[in-house]
Each structure stands twice: as C-alpha cells, then as structure tokens.
Design a protein around this ligand. Structure first.
Ligand code: ZN
Length: 277
C-alpha cells in the first residue's frame, strides 16, 4: 500500500489490445491516480485521459501503437475528462461522452463531438465497447463493457479498495444503488475501475458496496431516531464514527445523499434544514 491505495505500475498491458496508464494525480480522493485505458493496437480508443497533464497526454500518444480514433470519457469530474479535449485536438480523434451537467466539480471544457447513450457501441475489427448508462456517482456517468472480454470498465461507479463520494444534487444515492444492481446483472467476468487495480470478483465487490451503503443508511436511520432535528452537518459525527474527521466535508455530501434517498423513500423529512425520521 502507498499513502493513496495499492501500488500500481505506471503502465500495464492487461490483455490482448488493452493497456492501462495511471495518470500522475495520486491523492486521497483519486487513490494511486486516474486509470487511462487504451483499446486496440490498430485504431485506438482512449478511455478517461484524466487531468489535462501535458506529460500524461504525450505518454498516451506514445503508448498508442495505432492512431487514436476515439477519446471517450466515463464522466466529467476533474480527475477524468479535462485531458480529453487536448488529446482529441492533438490527434484528430472524435470526442465521445455526455456533456457536463450544471454544478460544481464538473469539467465544463468537455464538449463531445458525439453524445453517447445507453447501448451505443464503438466497434473495430479488434474490439467492441458497449456504453452502459450508470447514473448515481454522476448523472452523466457511463460504464463501458468490452464485449469480447466481458469486462466492465467502471470509471468511478466502482473503484478498487474504497467507496466513492455521492455528491448531491448531481450525485444520487437511489440511482447509484440501482446502477450497481444493473452492473451486477450484466454478469461480467471482471471490473476495470477508474482508480486501482482490476477486480476479478465482480459480484463480491458489488455486493460489498451495496451492503456497505445499506449499512450506512441504517446508521443514518438510527442517528435520526436518537438525534432528531439536527442539520446534516450536525449529524455527520453520529453516522461516520469510523471516518477520519478530515474527511467530514465529503462525508456530509454522502450523508446528504442518504438523507435525500430516505426522503424519497418516505422515511425522513426536512424542515428548516433540520432532519427527522
Ligand atoms: Zn467522479
């Protein structure tokens, strides 16, 4: 382990025609850094070029044996998509994904040449990628299934060794859990996340996340029952007893996502910013 998760080789060949480069942006929120994936030896699709880092973009071009035909993103958070536009400009590739929604922590520079939707396919003689819309972490989040290998490239929907922040209003806990179930139903053989290493037991990983989220929701319900009329800010220490107080700011965002889910399920109400069961 490093300070920010598992030790990852900067460059790895994961299977025939699939390469992974880790962007140089390790941090508490990004783990070892953002994974950029390259598909194909001949005509290449680049998934999630990461931050707009000149060295990383040069590295992507260098590691692409063929010409880059598509630059694709899972979503438009600042650690995933800002490198996409400069990479597409430098290579003449087509830029694909879904434009950023309103709100903070979004890459507004991302303007796709073509908007992808659930079920859209990118296909060459070497690979076939199928877009799977997975809202929850971000409303415009797409996972990509490599059909030949039956691997799912999960961006921030599922990451290795940690949980992701669900930051409302764009982040939505109810959609997140529904999208996890959908990924499980695809019965893929492995998950290749946006941060960390390949996950070879998809069911176990997805079940762990769903259980973890539902256990947290149960903690929220219990905290509301014993401490009514608190703001989400005041509720954080009652619900995140296991979390470093340095992360309370992000924890409050996920707590709010849980509270909004409970509200839509008819299990919590908010009056003057104070929550009750
Ligand atoms: Zn993200």
């Amino acid at each position: 382990m490093t300070a920010f998760g598992p030790i990852m080789p900067a460059f790895a060949k994961l299977a025939d025609g699939i390469r992974r480069i880790v962007a140089p942006n390790p941090s508490m929120m990004t783990g070892p850094g953002t994974n950029t994936y390259l598909f194909g030896d001949d005509a290449v699709a680049v998934l999630d070029p990461g931050p707009a880092d000149e060295g990383h973009i040069e590295n992507i071009i260098e590691k692409s044996t063929g010409s880059i035909r598509w630059v694709v993103v899972t979503h438009t958070h600042p650690d995933h998509s800002p490198g996409a536009t400069p990479l597409a400009k430098a290579t003449g590739a087509e830029l694909l994904g879904i434009v950023a929604p309103d709100g903070e922590h979004q890459d507004k520079t991302f303007m796709p040449d073509r908007t992808l939707a659930d079920g859209d396919v990118l296909e060459t003689s070497e690979f076939k990628l199928e877009a799977v819309h997975t809202p929850g972490h971000a409303s415009n989040h797409l996972c990509y299934r490599h059909v030949g290998l039956n691997w799912l490239f999960t961006g921030d929907h599922v990451i290795d060794g940690s949980t992701v922040v669900i930051d409302p209003p764009d982040g939505n806990m109810k959609h997140y859990i529904e999208s996890l179930q959908r990924c499980k139903d695809l019965r893929c053989d492995a998950l290749a996340p946006g941060h960390g290493d390949v996950i070879h037991e998809p069911d176990r990983a997805i079940d762990w996340i769903i259980d973890h989220r539902l256990a947290r929701e149960a903690k929220v319900v219990a905290a509301l029952a014993s401490n009514p009329n608190l703001t989400s800010h005041e509720l954080v220490p009652f619900v995140y007893t296991d979390v470093d107080p340095k992360l309370y700011g992000w924890a409050e965002r996920s707590l709010l996502a849980h509270l909004l889910k409970l509200e839509s399920d008819g299990l919590a109400t908010i009056v003057n910013e104070r929550w009750t069961a």
